[in-house]
Design a protein around this ligand. Structure first.
Ligand code: UD1
Ligand code: CA
Length: 485
């Protein structure tokens, strides 16, 4: 189950006649970053992915991202990684001369009759809203351009939608170009999302000038041209969907809203999500799973039905089986946990760990590239690197798989049903046989045959009555020292 509208699998069958342009070539200066703005991540995904997905889900048959020349490769790579095989490409706007110029740079790649336009820095845009614009373009009254608007209590910074007394859209005027108190009092703003007839838009682009306060080619001028020509409409969308990310404060705000939206989608699909759990876009969660506060589910993680993930766990790119229990503050990266397995509290499963069904990895146990098989247990304080632990084997507290000789990593194999006594060191490469027994405190350096006992420690010697004699000797020494000053 994917968070609706956020997972790659949710794409609806594309209509054959609409291409989307996602404008992403702005300079993004306010981010004060060496990373291109649209590659900053929110809820685990690059910003640009969200509008691209919204466009695909709204029915775009192809998406063209308009980017600046220096980030072309990086954006293309990020999109290919996130949406393998999707009809997504990039076009270059050589110089950021405004949104109208950005559309000009992308429209050459458009061969469909209609075009959608979205912004790369508005990750909260919803496919439903874009779909509503597409429907409006087809409905009466006829229009050649439909834009999404929103009513904001504080409209500052946005272009305002100006209408005539009958409510007909006349134009969008940018903040800097507002001319009267009346215009400044308009609360309906342009969300920066449009659907238009390609030929009409192409013609309008040829007529846009940079004669405005910013000296830029405004795409919004196409609204006034449409209004005078084939008609312009503004369809109100939800105000919290238009947030544009221009700086890192807005990035944080957008991410918080995304996390809330994702949590809600999982809740509606039957998972319990509590408090401030942060679930990345694209994470899958089965029904009746319980995610406690302070949990972070990152990357491409999957949580099976009925699993419980307790407070403070951080799960990255991992699969958690059905009914598995992760106790508080466990960290799991690039690993798989089988059905009914129990992990933590305070366990650390590093990459390529695989915990099979009903196995236990308890507190302060670290694993790496290790597979505790079905029903195996390592309940306390251990380092288990590069290991294969047989079914129902028991690894005692303080056990260390000495997997590294300073040059190479080596494998430890523990047979099914074997018992490793506490505080043992297993020096790899080595094999402990089926049902074998390793005595507490043993350093295993040689293979242990099936059913054998391995013991390697100094034999204990008891000296009868020694303790009082020792005590008296120590007391006398202390007294001599005191007298002598
Ligand atoms: C724009 C709209 C404004 C609207 C607001 C909504 C114009 C002129 N103004 O303003 O009416 O209320 O969005 O968020 O369109 N971009 C390019 N190339 C450029 C310039 C921008 O690709 O040369 C891209 C940016 O990367 C960004 C998007 O276009 O993703 C919007 O540009 P931005 O400069 O953020 O426009 P706003 O001032 O926010
Ligand atoms: Ca913006």
């Amino acid at each position: 189950m994917l968070a609706p509208r956020l997972g790659p699998c949710e794409i609806t069958p594309a209509m054959s006649d609409i291409t989307a342009l996602v404008l992403s070539a702005g300079l993004g200066k306010r981010m004060k970053s060496s990373l291109p703005k649209v590659l900053h991540r929110a809820a685990g995904r690059p910003l640009v992915l969200y509008p691209v997905q919204a466009a695909l889900e709204a029915g775009a048959s192809a998406v063209v991202c308009v980017v600046s020349p220096d980030v072309k490769e990086r954006v293309a790579e990020a999109l290919a990684e996130e949406l393998p095989g999707a009809p997504v490409s990039v076009a270059v706007q050589e110089v950021a001369r405004g949104t109208g110029d950005a559309v000009k740079a992308g429209i050459g790649a458009v061969s469909t009759e209609r075009v959608m336009i979205l912004c790369g820095d508005t990750p909260l845009v919803r496919a439903d809203d874009v779909r509503a614009l597409v429907s409006a373009l087809e409905a009466a009254p006829p229009a050649e351009l439909v834009l999404m608007s929103a009513l904001l209590e504080d409209p500052s910074g946005y272009g305002r939608v100006l209408r005539d007394p009958s409510g007909r859209v006349l134009e969008v005027r940018e903040q800097k170009d507002l001319r009267s108190a009346e215009e400044r009092g308009v609360h309906e703003v342009n969300a920066g999302v449009y659907v238009a007839r390609t030929e009409a838009l192409r013609a309008a682009l040829g007529r846009i000038t940079s004669d405005n306060a910013a000296g830029e080619y405004y795409l919004t001028d196409a609204v006034a041209l449409a209004s005078k020509g084939g008609g312009a409409l503004a369809i109100p969308g939800h105000a919290d969907n238009l947030l544009g990310v221009n700086d890192r404060a807005q990035l944080a705000q957008a991410e918080t809203l995304l996390f809330q939206r994702i949590a809600r989608a999982h809740q509606l699909a039957g998972a319990t999500i509590k408090g401030d759990a942060r679930i990345d876009a694209g994470v899958e969660i089965g029904p009746d799973a319980v995610i406690e506060p302070g949990v972070a589910l990152r990357g491409r993680s999957k949580v099976g039905a009925g699993a419980s993930i307790d407070v403070g766990c951080v799960i990255t790119d991992s699969e958690i089986g059905e009914r598995a229990q992760l106790k508080p503050y466990s960290v799991v990266s690039r690993s798989r946990i089988g059905p009914g397995a129990q992990i933590g509290p305070f366990a650390h499963l590093r990459p390529d760990s695989q915990v099979d069904e009903d196995a236990h990895v308890g507190n302060f146990v670290e694993t790496k590239k290790t597979r505790p098989r079905k029903g195996a247990k390592a309940n306390h304080l251990a380092y288990l690197g590069d290991g294969d632990i047989g079914e129902k084997a028991n690894v005692g507290a303080g056990t260390i798989f000495c997997n590294y000789d300073g040059f190479q990593k080596h494998l430890t194999v523990i047979g099914p049903g074997a018992f490793i006594g506490s505080d043992s060191q297993i020096v790899a490469p080595v094999r402990v046989g089926k049902d074998a027994y390793v005595a507490t405190g043993t350093t295993v350096t040689k293979d242990v045959p099936d059913e054998a006992l391995a013991i390697a420690r100094v034999a204990q010697e008891n000296k009868e009555g020694y303790a009082p004699r020792l005590k008296a000797r120590l007391a006398a020494a202390a007294a001599r020292k005191k007298q002598g000053g």
